[in-house]
Design a protein around this ligand. Structure first.
Ligand code: UD1
Length: 343
C-alpha cells in the first residue's frame, strides 16, 4: 500500500511542487492549508501534471482540535511541514502573528506524532539561520547567528524545538532542510509562485516587471563588496528542491540513517548576483528589464551561497537544473498567468 504523507502548506509555492514529486513517486498525499497565502486552484494544476488530485482539507495547523481530528481520520506515515508565514518585513510589523503561526503549528504536529505512530517530519528551514556568514560557501556546521527578524527567529526556534523533542526520547525522526533561494516554476507552467499583492522576493518582481504588471524593478544596492556590487544568493530551482523532500521522506521512513535529526543545506553551491540574475532573465525572455539601482534594503545579507556537499553525498541529492532553464520556467509561468487572466 502506498505510504501516506501529510503535506502542510501543500497549496503554497514549494509545497505544491513537492506534492507533484511525491505523487509521481507513488505516495498518497493529504494537503492541509488555511489558504491564507495560496489558492485552491493549485489543486487543478497538480492534477493536470500528475493525473491525480491530492486530498485537501482546509485547516489551520495552529488549531489543535482540528489537527487531532485529521490525525484520527488518516494514518500518516510521514509529514512534510511547509505551512508558515514567510514575509520578513511583515514579521517585523506583526511578530506575535509569526510566533503564534509558525511555532504553534510545529508544536501541534510534534505533539500529535507519537500518539498516532507518525514516524518522521521534514521541516522547511532556511539559510536565514546563518545570518551574514563568516565564509562562503556555507556548510551546516557554521554557527547560527542572531536572527535579523521574527520570521528568521521562528526558523531557529523551530529547529531547536525539533532537536529538543527528539533528544527527550520522542519516538520520531526529523530532517531539517535549509533552503537557499528557491525560484522558478514547474516546467509545465501548471504551478508556480503566486505572491499576493506586491512581491517581496526578487524573481516574481522581475517577471511581473518583465510582463508589465510592475513598472520597474528596484535593485537594492550596488555598493556591496561583491564583483558587481549587488548582493549574491544561491538560487535553487523549485523542482530540484521539491525532489529533495521525496528523498528525505524516504530516508526517514525506511530508516536509511541512524541519526534521529539530520540537517541539510539545499542549494546549488554557486552564488549569483542580483544583476547577473537579471541578465539571465533578459537573455531567456528576450525582453529588456526596466530596473534601477536604489539604496540597500534593511536587513539584507551581502552574500551567501551553500556548501551542498552533505546533501549531495549523504542524501544523494543534487541540484541539476541550469539557471537559464529555471528563469525560463519562471517566465513561462508568468506568461501563463497572463493567458489565464490572473495577472
Ligand atoms: C528572504 C529571507 C529568506 C526567506 C526568503 C523567502 C533573509 C535574510 N532572507 O531571502 O530567509 O526564506 O526571503 O521569503 O531573511 N531584491 C532586489 N529587489 C527586489 C527584491 C529583492 O534587489 O525587488 C534583492 C534583495 O536585496 C536580495 C535579493 O534580491 O539581495 C534576494 O531577495 P529576496 O528574493 O527577497 O530573498 P532573500 O532576501 O535572499
Amino acid at each position: 500500500m502506498a505510504k501516506k504523507i501529510l503535506v502542510t502548506g501543500g497549496t503554497g509555492y514549494i509545497g505544491s511542487h513537492t506534492v507533484v514529486e511525491l505523487q509521481q513517486a507513488g505516495y498518497d498525499v493529504v494537503i492541509v492549508d488555511n489558504l491564507s497565502n495560496s489558492n485552491i486552484d493549485v489543486l487543478d494544476g497538480i492534477e493536470r501534471i500528475t493525473g491525480k488530485r491530492p486530498v485537501f482539507d482546509k485547516l489551520d495547523c495552529t488549531d489543535f482540535e482540528a489537527m487531532k481530528s485529521l490525525f484520527a481520520k488518516y494514518h500518516f506515515d510521514g509529514i512534510i511541514h511547509f505551512a508558515a508565514s514567510k514575509a520578513v518585513g511583515e514579521s517585523v510589523q506583526q511578530p506575535l502573528l509569526y510566533y503564534r503561526n509558525n511555532l504553534v503549528s510545529l508544536i501541534n504536529l510534534l505533539e500529535l506524532m507519537p500518539a498516532n505512530q507518525v514516524k518522521g517530519i521534514v521541516f522547511s528551514s532556511s539559510c536565514t539561520v546563518y545570518g551574514e556568514p563568516d565564509y562562503n560557501p556555507i556548510d551546516e556546521n557554521a554557527p547560527i547567528k542572531p536572527a535579523a527578524s521574527p520570521y528568521g527567529n521562528t526558523k531557529q526556534i523551530n529547529e531547536e524545538i525539533i532537536q529538543d523533542f527528539v533528544h527527550s526520547g520522542a519516538p520520531i525522526k526529523s530532517i531539517i532542510l535549509r533552503y537557499f533561494n528557491p525560484i522558478g516554476a514547474h516546467p509545465s507552467a501548471e504551478i508556480g509562485e503566486l505572491p499576493l499583492g506586491v512581491p517581496q522576493n526578487l524573481v516574481p518582481y522581475i517577471t511581473q516587471t518583465g510582463i508589465g504588471v510592475r513598472y520597474q524593478l528596484s535593485v537594492f544596492g550596488d555598493d556591496y563588496h561583491t564583483p558587481d556590487g549587488s548582493c549574491i544568493r544561491d538560487f535553487i530551482n523549485v523542482v530540484d528542491l521539491a525532489k529533495a523532500h521525496v528523498i528525505a521522506i524516504e530516508r526517514m521512513l525506511e530508516d536509511k540513517s541512524e541519526e534521529k535529526v539530520e540537517i541539510f543545506n539545499l542549494g546549488t553551491g554557486k552564488g549569483l548576483s542580483v544583476l547577473e540574475l537579471i541578465h539571465v532573465f533578459e537573455k531567456v525572455s528576450g525582453t529588456a528589464l526596466n530596473y534601477k539601482i536604489v539604496g540597500r534594503r534593511e536587513g539584507d545579507i551581502e552574500k551567501i551561497w551553500a556548501q551542498p556537499d552533505k546533501a549531495n553525498n549523504v542524501l544523494g541529492w543534487k541540484a541539476v537544473e541550469t539557471i537559464e532553464d529555471t528563469m525560463a520556467s519562471a517566465w513561462r509561468w508568468q506568461l501563463r498567468l497572463r493567458e489565464k487572466g490572473v495577472m
